[in-house]
Design a protein around this ligand. Sequence first.
Ligand SMILES: [Zn+2]
Length: 294
Amino acid sequence: MIHTLFLDLGVLFVLCGNSAFEHTPTAAPAVSITVAARSIQPGELVVLTIDTAVRADGLGVRAFNRDMPAVRVGPLQWRALIGIDLGAAAGRYRIFVDARSGSHTTHASQELVVLARRFPTRTLQVDSAFVNPPANVAKRIAREAREMRQLWEQSGPGPHWSEPFVRPVPDPSNSAFGTRSIYNGQPRSQHGGADFLSPTGTPVKAPNAARVLLARELYFLGNTVVLDHGQGLFSILAHLSVLEVRQGDTVTAGQVVGQVGATGRVSGPHLHWAVRVGGSRVDPLSLLALLGRH
Ligand SMILES: [Zn+2]
């Protein structure tokens, strides 16, 4: 079923045929790597399709110093997701693929030339407690940041989804991903999600099937749901007024997980949707472009 998700790749950037092959004199499989993305830039999702000449028993993918799960999608085909982190420097990177077949391993690699990306700056007015938090919440903020980082290690290798990804709310995104925010005149870190300007109470849907890793109030993100879609892919849905799932629940694509609100560090009601791929921050709109319903 996952196969059908990729029929729209014609509109996207596709790079292939440059893979470096290493043939051994024995029957080890040749491997080709196809890269699909909106662009090869910081904050973009990259979908790798890996074709092997003979059936591989297992396949390993390594990019940005991280092993990423590869999933078999056909007898001779595998797929892996790579996130180019929002903060990645422009430059030349290499994706490494190991295809194991019996006692043979074939190594292939693909260069990824990450181009520079300029992000805009925005100024926002929020409650001063979110710009210079009182000393007594510093511990809480540090603990929550640590907990969130640990979540990105918890995804299973296989995807929990088999359908295309869907928008969590019908309203458009203001494309604030990557923007450098200045809160009450003070610069803060880049915006790691996309904001959807939906009114309070709008139902927020799970972008796809997932396990609920977290469903509670956080200092900056307010009422938050973290979803593990599997295969190293996570959604964060934040600033909710109401939570309608609990940690440990499983949800289906489009299932309501809460309602839009204005909790946490906000200047008004909206949905903040952030996506992590292997810990890398990527634009949710790049996920929709590559794996979404069209
Ligand atoms: Zn946001």
